[in-house]
Write a protein that binds this ligand. Structure first.
Ligand code: PMV
Length: 348
């Protein structure tokens, strides 16, 4: 791998210029790409640099292969256009201004515009990590549009500039995002982990498919600035990462589940103590959490995590599936391990 060269100054544009130096002067007219949703097991919560989306801590996720965002991009004239899940997004909508701000990093002239059509396999902006797969798919589509032929690590760095957690959606399977320590963020990208877990299952439990009222960006900012509990977060993450890596290596579902559920609740606790307080779970989410706990008390090995939204993701092994499905009728179960093992083998 070639070394990345330090660029003085720390703006997103400088990161992009450093990575793209001299590449892609002539775009194709259109390109398509996809990227998987990823669910954090040890969460990213809080930035050391807000403009560059540099995290305070490392984080660890699993990608849901097969649950992708598919994105098609056309190069043309301004204004930018966005169609999301078949709906045209109005120019005033935050999703379009966020997209345009990101695309500003890649225009070859001020008049250049893009038309983006994106389809999410999960409800958009409802805490199912659609922005992560969305920005990862977009970066892959741009790579193909401009024929950059970037390495995966560089694509991960670029995706991070759109949405921090998007850097992890550049890979399938278990993935770690190393926070890095450089001011320019060139050492802050995702790396794939070698572990596979063929009989691990994830169930998506949709409490609400509505868009969340507060973006994770805003919530993260308020938490780091005002929550008296935030100072304990980095140590919590460091300890949880160690435990989770061990649990993963040993395929110890009990420990794995305890760490991922505890980490999610600790993240929500930091938010709860923010001022004003942030609380993503609804009454239905709390009821679902209680059902997971009673399922466990009755002997079913199932644990949950939650992100910046009201929905739950349940983790369990294939052998528990009948019992989990009986208690959560309509659960959307996604396999993660077996397909990943096959993909990794063919990529080697
Ligand atoms: O990348 P963002 O800004 O959408 O933040 C994601 C934050 C969480 O989903 C709550 C945690 C994570 O690590 O994905």
């Amino acid at each position: 791998m070639k070394p990345l060269v330090f660029v003085p100054g720390n703006t997103a544009l400088e990161t992009v210029q450093c990575i793209l130096k001299g590449r892609g002067e002539k775009p194709a007219s259109s390109a398509k790409a996809c990227a998987p949703v990823n669910i954090a097991l040890v969460k990213y919560w809080g930035k050391r640099d807000e403009a560059l989306h540099l995290p305070v801590t490392d984080s660890l996720s699993v990608s849901l292969s097969g649950l992708d965002t598919e994105t098609e991009i056309h190069a043309g004239e301004k204004p930018d256009r966005l169609e999301l899940d078949g709906r045209a997004i109005t120019p005033e909508a935050p999703a379009l201004s966020r997209l345009s701000a990101f695309l500003d990093l890649f225009r070859l002239s001020p008049a250049m515009g893009f038309s983006v059509r994106s389809h999410n396999a999960v409800p958009t902006a409802a805490g199912f990590a659609s922005s992560a797969s969305g920005f990862a798919a977009l970066v892959r589509a741009l790579d193909s549009l401009f024929s950059w032929h970037l390495e995966r690590r560089e694509l991960s760095l670029l995706a991070r500039l759109g949405s921090g957690s998007a850097c992890r959606s550049m890979y399938d399977g278990f993935v770690e995002w190393r926070a890095g320590s450089r001011e320019d963020g060139l050492d802050s990208y995702a790396i794939p982990l070698p572990e596979v877990w063929p009989d691990l299952r994830i169930g998506l439990w949709t409490v609400s498919a509505e868009e969340k009222p507060l973006s994770s960006r805003e919530a993260m900012h308020r938490t780091t600035q005002t929550s008296p509990l935030y100072s304990a977060w980095p140590q919590t993450v460091a300890a949880d990462l160690l435990s989770l890596r061990e649990a993963l290596r040993a395929r110890d579902i009990e420990r794995f589940g305890q760490v991922l559920e505890g980490n999610a609740l600790a993240m929500h606790a930091t938010m709860l103590a923010a001022r004003p307080s942030i609380f993503y779970p609804t009454a239905d989410s709390l009821q679902a959490q209680a059902r997971v706990r009673s399922a466990r008390a009755a002997g079913t090995g199932v644990w949950f995590t939650m992100d910046a939204g009201p929905n739950l993701k349940l983790f369990f092994l294939e052998r528990e599936r009948p019992s989990v499905e009986a208690q959560f009728t309509g659960l959307r179960v996604v396999p993660t391990g077996a397909s990943v093992a096959e993909e990794r083998r063919s990529a080697r």
